[in-house]
Design a protein around this ligand. Sequence first.
Ligand code: BG6
Ligand code: MG
Length: 218
Amino acid sequence: MTLPLKACLFDLDGVLVDTAKYHYLAWRRLAEELGFPFTQEDNERLKGVSRMASLDILLSIGGMTLAPDEKEALAAKKNGWYVEMISRMDESEILPGALDFLKACREAGLKVALGSASKNSSIILTNTGLTPYFDAIIDGTKTQAAKPDPEVFLLGAEALGVSPAECVVFEDAEAGIEAARRGGMRSVGIGSPTILNKADLVVPSLGAMTVGRLAELT
Ligand code: BG6
Ligand code: MG
């Protein structure tokens, strides 16, 4: 028997806000300083990927190998530029439909948690005014393993006091859908059904999602 859903776990970047454009500008600036180009298409490969793993991908595009301390310095430099940009974000940058769906979940009595790889989630949630909509916030400052490891979502379920089978994860990255599956949770993909073909349901944005549609998952 399938348990009823009790909680919604949301990825941040690409689900609630569009921060990919800021990650892109900061990584591109770093690549330019290092002397090679970095395209929007390259940036697609970094979605859902942790900061250091993103740097490794970027360096492989430039054909570079660096020592760990040099990599730390470059990641910190990129993050400085990224933080400068996200510090200017406001509620106008919440993705269409996201706020209404968060409110609808809460009104329906569902618990709500964040499950993000980002170590910058508190700046983003504060600046967009989204913090009060979450019962628990799990992000890159609280996790050891990156998605597709389910750690971030399992910690979310634990913080909410629900079992994984009672959770649904909202994700725009393949690695996030896989993390939900490994964690024993259902998932809704936000984006392309071709890319997110492992999700239980795929919608183009949270604007297409309603609490009623959660019944399609059970
Ligand atoms: C994910 C993004 O949510 O967070 C990735 O999709 C990003 O692109 C990762 O690299 C880590 O973010 P941050 O803010 O800790 O550098
Ligand atoms: Mg994402």
